[in-house]
Design a protein around this ligand. Structure first.
Ligand SMILES: [Ca+2]
Ligand SMILES: [Ca+2]
Length: 423
């Protein structure tokens, strides 16, 4: 064997021995380029590329050591298979852009036998945008809502002043209970439509009703965390939280039982009345939903003259609660060619004994609870002859400012006897 051949063999034996005991470099071709960045979202060297090759299965950490010696971890002990890696980084650690300064970057790998290697270099950060977006005067009012369309505390106003333009913004309710039955415990809030875009700085307003006005069921009753989070263009991320409690939430559901309204002349038992005579009526209202429904007088038993309506009665008696109120439920009678006031004859959906009445914010409020029925009855004195005679009359269940349930319930024909025609 020639001397040169022996040398070649020796060389290959060495190579084999070295690779057999795994002592080739664990990290190679490590680089962070460019070495100077200005993370301020102006489009000019805002990011750097971190690239490296891992030669054997390892756990890898990447961090930046500032001039005071503090480590800022970008990656921490993450398993890495052997291959090339590269990732863009814009100076953000834990939602904050690192401040200006000279940093030592460190890529550190530990293989399965516990051997650790490092690659290091220098990175300079200049003109960093370290000003995070802020939610000033973040407020939720009221803190407890009852989204059930009864006009009392049905909605919360969520307001804040956003201090700078942001790339992303999210406002949502978080269910801290993480119920297994409730797999998606995040409820996004839609900002109230205004000229200002959600991502623009300025005053922002969310009018939250649990989604009920769009026909959705509100989130289940309970305590929620209201979360607002924003990320600016440089990557600064801010989260602010508050609390909101939902109680008695749900779509109210009630009806006139069987759609029946009994209307008659109590003397003759039919629906013909002399001028000045009375018609009486009865109906039953049932709350078949899961939330109380709110009601207000005039109370069952009230006598209306045909030229009156609930507004004129409210004026005459000084009963403010008898005027139309958003969210109130009342039974009403309507008839053809009334005096322009729709549903002139309105009544509470039950007698006081059918209802639960209590003081809410210093005013008495009455509710028909779920599963309960209310009896409604009253008298109309026909002291005028409507332009159309005979005329049709019918019942309805009014959810004021929301909808009329059971419109045209039990349409019936009434005739007021005209004394002039009887001569
Ligand atoms: Ca820049
Ligand atoms: Ca309510």
């Amino acid at each position: 064997m020639s001397r040169s051949l022996r040398l070649v063999l020796l060389f290959w034996l060495l190579v084999l021995a070295l690779s057999a005991c795994g002592s080739t470099a664990l990290i190679s071709r490590a680089a962070v380029e460019p070495a100077v960045i200005s993370p301020n979202a102006d489009g000019d060297t805002d990011v750097t590329r971190i690239s490296y090759t891992i030669r054997r299965p390892s756990t890898v950490s990447i961090y930046f050591v500032d001039e005071a010696g503090n480590r800022h971890y970008f990656r921490r002990e993450q398993p890495r298979a052997p291959r090339d890696y590269n990732v863009l980084w814009g100076g953000v650690i834990d939602g904050r852009v690192l401040p200006d300064g000279r940093y030592t970057w460190v890529i550190e790998a530990t293989d399965e036998r516990g051997r650790t290697e490092q690659a290091t270099g220098t990175l300079t950060i200049t003109n960093a945008d370290t000003d995070p977006p802020r939610f000033e005067n973040f407020a939720i009012n009221p803190k407890v809502i009852t989204p059930n369309q009864d006009g009392i505390d049905d909605r919360a106003a969520i307001t804040y002043y956003l201090t700078k333009p942001v790339a992303e913004i999210q406002v949502y309710l978080l269910n801290p209970r993480q119920d297994p039955d409730e797999p998606n415990p995040k409820y996004p809030l839609a900002e109230t439509e205004r000229e200002l875009k959600p991502t623009e700085p300025g005053f922002h307003f969310y009018d939250y009703d649990g989604g009920i006005d769009r026909g959705a069921d509100p989130p289940p009753d309970g305590d929620y965390i209201v979360v607002a989070e924003a990320r600016d263009f440089a990557g600064n991320h801010t989260v602010i939280t508050g609390t909101l409690t939902i109680a008695q939430g749900g779509k109210p559901r009630a009806e006139i039982v069987r759609g029946e309204v009994t209307i008659l002349n109590p003397v003759t038992g039919d629906r013909n009345v002399p001028l000045g005579g009375a018609l009486i009526f009865t109906a039953t209202v049932e709350n078949y939903g899961k939330v109380p429904i709110r009601t207000a007088g005039p109370w069952p038993g009230t006598v209306y003259r045909s030229t009156q309506n609930f507004n004129t009665l409210a004026y005459e008696t000084g009963e403010d609660s008898w005027f139309e109120q958003s969210g109130t439920w009342r039974f009403g009678l309507n008839f053809e060619s009334n005096f322009g006031q729709d549903w002139p004859f309105r009544y509470a959906v039950g007698r006081r004994e059918d209802l639960r009445c209590e003081l809410v914010d210093g005013r008495e409020q009455c509710f028909l609870d779920p599963g309960k029925r209310g009896l409604v009855y009253g008298t109309i004195i026909w002291e005028h002859i409507p332009p159309r005679n005979p005329f049709r009359i019918w019942g309805g269940l009014l959810h004021e400012d929301v909808e009329v349930v059971n419109n045209y319930a039990d349409v019936q024909e009434v005739q007021v006897a005209d004394p002039r025609q009887q001569r």
